[in-house]
Design a protein around this ligand. Structure first.
Ligand SMILES: Nc1ncnc2c1ncn2[C@@H]1O[C@H](COP(=O)(O)OP(=O)(O)OP(=O)(O)O)[C@@H](O)[C@H]1O
Length: 249
């Protein structure tokens, strides 16, 4: 299996605050890797180091990705330009042809189901729509690695499920590798192939590999919603995993 990211013995501290202590992580091509942990454990710091926004103190990082897309906790849109322009601006320097840019932006806006809102200004959108624009901004560069830092925070449960469906469908149709950071084990279990869980010693206490054969990426979130009755088999499977591994769901 070809890896996109390989991290070994990574350490990071801010002054006396040890944030990452001897972290090792491998991300194989085509996989969605989850990093699950409590607030402040260092999840975002790992993503920042991978994307060169932050330096490491020691350890090795091999990054074989060509194009990295980043989805942040908050949408970070430019409020003075419309939806189309917010996405187009990401590729303005790289793609000289205006008609090609338009084609590329329309394709990603269609993927995130926002094509008919392309002329709307950010303030005219709901929180969920703004977050979908930020996913389109990450996708428009055709990333081979998508880094997502708690992308669903601030969205209600129903919207989170819609987003999980959306990300799963993008991942099942495209050759992308992903790293998904969250403190919500349900999100991690519904999206990821492998989950690294942070312990209290600033290191991963557990790695869970989910059984691919039982993982149905094309989840139907409405069946997932029938929480107490009949639930989706893949969710049932994952819930068993959560219980076995003493995780809250
Ligand atoms: N630039 C910085 N300078 C000093 N300390 C920092 C800096 N960035 C992060 N930290 C500290 O590093 C620790 C880990 O932060 P990080 O943002 O990686 O956590 P997190 O797991 O992503 O948290 P959350 O889930 O709340 O977003 C925290 O204690 C934080 O205060």
């Amino acid at each position: 299996m070809i890896f996109i990211i390989n991290i070994s013995n990574l350490c990071k501290r801010y002054g006396d605050n040890v944030v990452l202590n001897d972290i090792s992580l491998n991300v194989d091509k085509g996989k969605m890797i989850g990093i699950l942990g409590y607030s402040g454990c260092g999840k975002s710091t790992i993503l920042k180091i991978i994307s060169n926004l932050e330096s490491k103190d020691s350890g090795n990082l091999i990054n074989n990705s060509i194009n990295m897309g980043f989805v942040f906790q908050e949408p970070r849109l430019l409020n003075w330009i419309n939806v189309f322009e917010n996405v187009e601006i990401v590729i303005r320097d790289k793609v000289k042809s205006k008609s090609l840019r338009k084609e590329m932006v329309d394709i990603v806006l269609d993927k995130v189901e926002l094509l008919k809102y392309k002329n709307f200004m950010p303030k005219e959108l709901s929180g969920g729509m703004r977050q979908r624009v930020s996913i389109a901004r990450a996708l428009v560069i055709n990333p081979d690695l998508l880094l997502m830092d708690e992308p669903f925070s601030g969205l209600d449960f129903r919207l989170r499920l819609d987003f999980i469906d959306l990300i799963n469908s993008i991942f099942s149709s495209e050759n992308i590798t992903g790293i998904f950071v969250t403190h919500d084990s349900r999100e991690a279990f519904l999206l990821c192939d492998e989950i690294y869980i942070f312990g209290r010693d600033h290191n991963f206490s557990k790695k869970i590999v989910l059984d691919e054969n039982k993982f149905d990426r094309k989840l139907d979130s409405s069946s997932f919603l029938k929480f107490d009755g009949e639930v989706h088999s893949s969710y049932k499977f994952r819930k068993r995993w959560c219980k076995k591994n003493f995780l809250e769901v």
